[in-house]
Design a protein around this ligand. Sequence first.
Ligand SMILES: Cc1ncc(COP(=O)(O)O)c(C=O)c1O
Length: 400
Amino acid sequence: MPTHTLNPTDSAALWHAPSQDARRIHATIPGYNPTPLRPLPGLAASLGVGQLLVKDESGRFGLQAYKGLGGSWAAARMLAREMGVDIASLASWGDVVALAKRAGRRRLVSATDGNHGRGVAWAASLLGFDCTIYMPRGSAPARIDAIRALGATVIEADGGYGAAVDAAMRDAEGDDRAWLLQDTTNPGHEDAPKWCAEGYETLFSEIDEQLDALGERAPDLAFVQIGVGTLADAMVRHLRALERWNATRIIGVEPTSAACVLESVRAGRPTRTGAGDAHATIMAGLNCHEPSLAAWDAMARGVDCFLAIEDHWAERAMRLLAGAGVESGESGGAGLAGLLALLESPDLAPARALLGAGPASRVLILNTEGATDPIGYARIIDAAAGAGRGQTPRDSGGAS
Ligand SMILES: Cc1ncc(COP(=O)(O)O)c(C=O)c1O
């Protein structure tokens, strides 16, 4: 059954307006386009909420997920530091490539469930760097192949995500010419996850412009799926710093089998949870068992409610999004899955009441990935053809 915990911390704490440096550089990377913010009125009506907006990251840089925003910006930050250059003085991605030509560290190393590693491999390919990516044993072949196709070496670790993170750190620490570009904290490697969150700011600043273009106020509820929390860190920093989002409640969503942030908030400190089983949930990108320390403060202060949900909610969310014309992978649809559970589960009635979730709610979800594992995607979508698909034809191929 789904569970929740409400955050007792005062989320009105002051935050600094996020820097637009990453957005400035991202906008000059070949292939950059803001990803769409799409209203899904048919799906909203069928779920019984006032409005549903999806920020659809499945087309970001052709990588099927938002993660390239973090990998590219963290690499730019690393290069600027190594070369003693003020990051604010860089005008374009071309300036970053110029720094890369003179850099001493020429190999990016990371661990991933799929998307972050693909973003890092892509950044390395743009910079002319070598790249080594560690993945949990038994990762989906399509996710491995997508990273290899970018020229990276992929090594399957002896275990789950935690084992891959440990292996990546050992590799990077043994080579002066390598840099660990990890989106979660490791002892002595605290900068990269912070820089990844700065990179994700680009997607939130796009949302502001897109709300203006749609003539929309900020939504009442914003869902963010959580693995180690770096994406949630970016959401909190953006939403809690800008007045237009003052009334928006932030809801973090994790798989029940890997709810490390929910458990940590209950414990009052970052806590390691679960057995680290590589395949305990289909939400591979969220299958993490320890929060990133770099993201902990923002999540502990700024997320209003944490939900833990089972896989069947994610499967249904994928099918509903497919029916609305949005391609969404297992972790990609987890925000919508959290909304479904919040609206429907008797176990979440207290959270539903406290968040005021219902017919008047205007909701933001992030579709953070497309069908990165096409075999798994087809199995889930086809398994219930008709059960969710096609329920909301008014949204199919709709506005962007
Ligand atoms: C598709 C997708 N969504 C969300 C997340 C969660 O991001 P984070 O680990 O920063 O919490 C991930 C992480 O890999 C992911 O792959």
